[in-house]
Design a protein around this ligand. Structure first.
Ligand SMILES: Nc1ncnc2c1ncn2[C@@H]1O[C@H](COP(=O)(O)OP(=O)(O)OP(=O)(O)O)[C@@H](O)[C@H]1O
Ligand SMILES: [Mg+2]
Length: 365
């Protein structure tokens, strides 16, 4: 299953517009009234990767298949959502299911577009959302504390879990997000079953108006300052224009359109690549005359696990992998020369796949 990124934010900040911009299949309703979105829209999004073009130019395959991640357009959150306000709990449940969060903040001024919270204030908006997610997490953490306290008296393992939970509670009560704790190993395990909302990795989209596409504006600067302090990335873009670019059919028209705004590529490409990094994902390739294809795996996966995304049989019957590094493949102009120059390696079960590896799996079933 593809990894999921959820788009969250206050009502009317441009979430559905962003979803329409990234999604080449499904179309979400985007309009100027709050709670326009109720059911989440889900769309599969190709991950742009210029390496695929380079490999295809060498191999000349019948088809080229990029890798994809899933975007989910979630309804607008409002103050009090954690207590069921607005469309409340349902949305929080939608967020619980995603692997990472794209948080859209409004950085465009347009008095025609309704706004509940008065003057444009992306930092304040971020705080509203953060608070709701933190309250919900606090709820989950406190429930687990209640369940754990008793057992922790005679069970050192449960005691350790309890300690982590208390640390989380304390952190949340200070208005901080769990991701800031950077829990690892057993500590991370201790809360894994809670799928805490503020633990999920996040990146911000500063949705600016036309004039600020290249330069940003005072709003995007303000949110960038706050996000950077938290170690999060901010992508400055105009969701409306991105959605218009997506509407265009031909690549030439697209290029003409975004270059008119002084952009060298759609903001979406930056966004999708960042989301991919946020999820700690890497790509490996398979390259044959029938198909050149990109595959998504997690950083650190070994060869058999990497093979499993193609087919589970590949993992079960894994014998070995033939691997050519991307740079070798491209500089030497393909498999044949790479082999001749000794750049094709035979790797076993313990091989940790590198980003860009061109792989061929040997297996039996
Ligand atoms: N950068 C922008 N500049 C000007 N208008 C914009 C921009 N981005 C989005 N809009 C407009 O803002 C309105 C709200 O957008 P959208 O429906 O995407 O919001 P939403 O966050 O999905 O709202 P909801 O929470 O109600 O689902 C739309 O009319 C859209 O065209
Ligand atoms: Mg919407």
């Amino acid at each position: 299953m593809a990894l999921q990124v959820g788009i969250v934010g206050l009502p009317n900040v441009g979430k559905s517009t962003l979803f329409n911009a990234v999604s080449n299949s499904a179309k979400a309703q985007a309009s100027n009234y709050r709670f326009c979105t109720i059911e989440p829209n889900v769309g599969l999004v190709d991950v742009p990767d210029t390496r695929l073009d380079k490999l295809s130019a060498i191999v000349q395959p019948q088809r080229v298949v990029p890798t994809a991640i899933e975007f989910v357009d979630i309804a607008g959150l409002v103050k009090g959502a954690s207590k069921g306000e607005g469309l409340g709990n349902k949305f929080l449940a939608n967020i619980r299911e995603v692997d990472a969060i794209i948080h859209v903040v409004r950085c465009f001024e347009d008095e025609n577009i309704l706004r509940d919270e008065g003057a444009i204030n992306p930092v304040g908006d971020k705080e509203i959302i953060d608070t709701e997610l933190q309250l919900k997490d606090l709820d989950s953490v406190e429930k687990k504390i209640a369940r754990t306290e008793k057992i922790a008296k005679n069970d050192p393992k449960a005691k350790r879990v309890l300690d982590v939970l208390l640390q989380c509670k304390n952190h949340l009560e200070q208005g901080k997000n769990i991701r800031g704790l950077k829990l690892e190993g057993e500590d991370k395990e201790a809360i894994a079953d809670l799928f805490l909302l503020t633990e999920k990795p996040v990146l911000y989209v500063a949705n600016v108006d036309e004039a600020a596409i290249l330069t940003g504006n005072k709003y995007s600067e303000a949110i960038t300052k706050v996000a950077t302090e938290e170690g999060a990335q901010v992508i400055v873009m105009n969701n409306n224009i991105e959605a218009q670019i997506t509407e265009l059919e031909s690549p030439e028209d697209k290029e003409l359109f975004f270059s008119e705004y002084g952009l060298t590529e759609p903001g979406l490409n930056r966004l999708i690549r960042s989301a991919y990094q946020l999820l700690d994902l890497i790509t490996y390739f398979t390259a044959g005359v029938q198909e050149v294809r990109a595959w998504t795996i997690h950083q650190g996966w070994k060869a058999p696990q990497a093979a499993s995304v193609i087919h589970t049989d590949f993992e079960k019957g894994f014998i070995k992998a033939e691997v050519i590094g991307y740079d070798d493949y491209v500089t030497l102009g393909g498999e044949a020369v790479a082999k001749e120059k000794g750049k094709l390696r035979i790797e076993g079960k313990e091989y940790v796949v590198n980003d860009g590896d061109v792989m061929h799996f040997r297996f039996n079933v």
